[in-house]
Write a protein that binds this ligand. Structure first.
Ligand code: FE
Ligand code: FE
Ligand code: ZN
Length: 275
């Protein structure tokens, strides 16, 4: 049985998220470590987190996939803003120690005209520093659609960040909408895309997936998520993904335009696709 879940609101605390996940048939989930479009983080509650950790274990959850704020751009051009983003990253990784052994995924960043090479260097520098304290969390870079000056739309760019960081403990989260929008044809050639991922990054680095259909056609570089089966990827793509031997054991997170009942229905749909 696969690990399926969706993004949940973190505002009620960690135990509340586990309970919500259970109520919609999820056995993993994602949450923003702070306001996704700002930087404010919730007050930490050790007792609540301890309870959540024991529930995650007793209920057999897969690894959680926390998500860094969209506003955290580690390669923004302004040095002060870049430093602020790096501090947010460090604080997020420290906070993840309350839920040890899970994943923290983030968008590598947009170089906003500085160039891909400079951006990769800045992202890697911030990551190296934030990883230094050795908190019990595995950091994941998300595959991006390649919109604007976004870094991470090409597997080679993610590889370059991993190389520059040097830590074997950094992985990748594959977003189905993003890779398709970026020009990796998982609709017609999932095996070919995974072979390329393996050649450039290594499948051992692939730790989690975001399952989203796309509102836009192949290679559009747009990044607009659609509900499963209602976009250009289609249900057969998700059937192939949830059953693929290289993918089926990974946590799979929905980021589709849904409220909880819609997520519950999509999780049930994903389970019905499993063979
Ligand atoms: Fe994301
Ligand atoms: Fe995503
Ligand atoms: Zn997206």
């Amino acid at each position: 049985m696969g690990f399926f879940g969706c993004h949940l609101s973190a505002s009620g605390g960690n135990t509340a998220m586990v309970k919500t996940a259970l109520s919609i048939g999820a056995n993993t989930f994602a949450f923003f470590t702070r306001n996704p479009r700002g930087s404010k983080a919730k007050k930490e509650d050790a007792a609540d987190s301890e309870k959540a950790v024991s529930m995650l274990q007793s209920e057999g959850f897969g690894k959680l996939v926390a998500h860094g704020a969209y506003t955290m751009n580690l390669c923004t051009a302004d040095a002060e803003a870049r430093q602020f983003a790096a501090e947010i990253l460090e604080d997020d990784l420290r906070r993840m120690a309350a839920l040890p052994g899970n994943f923290y995924n983030f968008h590598p960043g947009s170089h906003v005209g500085q160039g891909t090479e400079a951006g990769i260097y800045q992202i890697a520098a911030a990551l190296k520093k934030a990883l230094a304290p050795g908190y019990p969390v595995t950091v994941l870079l998300e595959t991006m659609a390649g919109k604007g000056s976004e870094i991470g739309g090409r597997f080679e760019e993610l590889r370059a960040i991993l190389d520059a960081v040097g830590s074997k403990d950094v992985g990748v989260c594959l977003d189905t909408c993003h890779v398709y929008d970026a020009g990796y044809d998982i609709v017609n050639d999932l095996d070919g895309v995974l072979a390329e991922f393996d050649r450039i990054i290594g499948l051992d680095r692939l730790k989690a997936l975001h399952l989203n259909d796309s509102k836009n056609p192949f290679a559009s570089h747009k990044d607009r998520h659609e509900c499963l089966g209602k976009g250009s990827l289609g249900i057969d793509t998700f059937r192939a993904v949830v059953n693929h031997p290289s993918l089926k054991d990974k946590p799979m997170i929905l980021e589709t335009p849904n409220e909880l009942p819609g997520y519950q229905a999509e999780i049930a749909l994903l389970r019905s696709l499993e063979s």
